[in-house]
Design a protein around this ligand. Structure first.
Ligand code: BES
Ligand code: MN
Ligand code: ZN
Length: 504
């Protein structure tokens, strides 16, 4: 995937020669009611830009709703060929995330029109400092640039080649440059995750996922080892192995290490991702309807790979280990069966009730291994349960934790990531539901509270280590395109996990 080029410009806005200058507007009307009219304001102080947009903003034809666009050709008084106005919605509710989406909207507006470059002007907002806003804008531009059509033979590469961010007059150059570079790293890393999630199961096997992680690691200077069957047996990863045993494709245990120079004490963060490159359900096979979607069952693992890329480039002062447990869940003569009992790496025995509850099996051993490698704090991400999608819809991802302090740091990271996670409960009564008659625990807890019993299962392996579990089943794939993001893989959780890591 070719990355879009980006530049930061401090030029005077009316002097900028470009195919398209994008500016933001918002509605500062606070009164409500059927006959209350929006009160549009352009969030760019420059008088020439103000003048160019004045007539259309006064016309009432444009409401400035979130990601609502309006295009003017040959704007008077500007050297730009086109002026695009992007709405941020209600001014009082504007956040860095509104700016992220507006920049994405500008890029997605530009892309299909065969316009190769655009300049997005950073909105001037009293309530929002320029640096976080700049970082968000660049991230949003990358998010907007991604499309899922990799394998279309008539694919015209309509990518935007150059995205320029224009800083308003009087901004602090050093802090904006730093924020801008962060935005590039985060945006590219999120798109790297999306490109992995987008790959079909026949192209991206566990082995190939391991190769992609190793290649990325070499590029950014991360340590990386990729193991397979033999190592799983050596580590006695009976839970992880049981998922892969029914597939012709060998599993991959991907281990990435970030060790900043001079950091020898303090926490070691363990990032563990579910990397099921295709989930048929196994012997408890899934219905054919929508089964093709199960190529994205490695989205949690891909999120960890993308987060590790960003970590390697942003260099926080904390040690991080990234582990992805990659396998293909297939039915076969050698596949595991309901009723089988598996012994996990930790020694706990697991009764298999449903071979389609495979994510928790690979993660169980991934969590144990992260602890063995020295992780003091754990976070996992997985497209784990349909029940989580039933509970929270495609609006919030689920989050669980056995540690309020670790969770508070994660919750605190969400304002800047712009992602939504909703904490769901854990508790003894839920843990009861996964007790097994024949062994220690079983891999499903019945129909009700399915996202929670899955989390309780993982908690058995996190033990007393502070741990956060992210169930991104409903958020990893965008079902309907929006103005700022294409239908397809979302790269969800990359930004939040990264911010959580940076909070240590
Ligand atoms: N990968 C699925 C969960 C999933 C569902 C992800 C929908 C994305 C969208 C997971 O492995 C699974 O099959 N879970 C089962 C668990 C059940 C058997 C206890 C489920 O949710 O039905
Ligand atoms: Mn499954
Ligand atoms: Zn699955």
């Amino acid at each position: 995937m070719k990355n879009m080029r980006t530049e930061l410009s401090f030029a005077e806005l009316p002097q900028i020669e470009t195919e398209l200058l994008a500016v933001a507007a918002a509605d500062k009307q606070t009164a409500k009611g059927a006959d209350v009219k929006p009160e549009l304001v352009l969030l760019i102080a420059d008088p020439a830009v103000q003048a160019a947009a004045a007539a259309v903003l006064a016309s009432g034809e444009y409401k400035g709703g979130a990601n609502e666009t309006l295009l003017l050709h040959a704007p008077a008084g500007l050297k730009a060929k086109r002026l695009l106005i992007v709405g941020l919605g209600k001014l009082a509710k504007v956040t860095a995330h509104s700016v992220r989406n507006a920049a994405g909207t500008a890029v997605r507006f530009t892309k299909p029109r065969a316009i190769r470059e655009l300049v997005f002007v950073l909105p001037e907002l009293e309530a929002l400092p320029a640096a976080p806003s700049a970082r968000s804008a660049v991230e949003g531009a990358f998010v907007g640039d991604f499309d899922a059509d990799t394998y279309r033979s008539d694919r015209k590469d309509q990518s935007v080649e150059l995205f320029k961010l224009a800083a308003p007059a009087g901004s602090d150059e050093a802090s904006l440059r730093a924020a801008f570079l962060e935005g590039v790293i985060v945006g590219e890393s999120q798109n790297f995750t999306r490109s992995l999630v987008n790959e079909p199961g026949n192209k991206l096997t566990p082995t190939v996922l391991g190769e992609r992680a190793a290649q990325m690691s070499a590029e950014v200077g991360l340590g990386c080892e990729v193991h397979s069957t033999e190592k799983l047996h050596e580590l006695k990863m009976g839970a992880f192995w049981s998922v892969s045993q029914g597939s012709e494709e060998p599993p991959a245990l991907i281990v990435m290490r970030y060790e900043p120079e001079g950091v020898t004490d303090g926490p070691v963060l363990g990032l563990v991702g579910k990397g099921i490159t295709f989930d048929t359900g196994g012997i408890s096979i899934k219905p054919s309807d929508n089964m093709e979607k199960m190529k994205y069952d490695m989205a949690g693992g891909a999120a960890m790979i993308g987060a590790m890329r960003a970590i390697a480039l942003l260099k926080p002062r904390v040690r991080v280990i990234g582990i992805v447990c990659a396998a293909e869940n297939m039915p076969d003569g050698k596949a595991q069966k309901p009723g089988d009992v598996q012994t996990a790496m930790s020694g706990k025995t697991i009764e298999i009730i449903n071979t389609d509850a495979e994510g928790r099996l690979v993660l169980a051993d991934g969590l144990s291994y992260a602890k063995q490698l020295g992780a003091t704090h754990l976070i996992d991400a997985a497209t784990l349960t349909g029940a989580c999608v039933v509970a929270l819809g495609m609006i919030n991802a689920g989050a669980f934790s056995n540690d309020d302090a670790a969770f508070a740091k994660f919750d605190g990271a969400l304002a800047s990531s712009g992602e939504k996670f909703w904490r769901l409960p854990l508790g003894e009564e839920y843990a009861e539901l996964i007790k097994s008659d024949i062994g220690d625990i079983k891999n499903t807890g019945g129909r009700w509270g399915g996202a929670i019993t899955a989390a309780e299962f993982l908690k058995v392996f996190a033990e007393d280590t502070p741990w956060i579990h992210l169930d991104i089943a409903g958020m990893a794939w965008v079902e309907d395109s929006r103005p700022y993001i294409a239908k397809g893989p979302s790269g969800y959780a990359v930004r939040s996990i990264l911010e959580w890591v940076r909070s240590y």
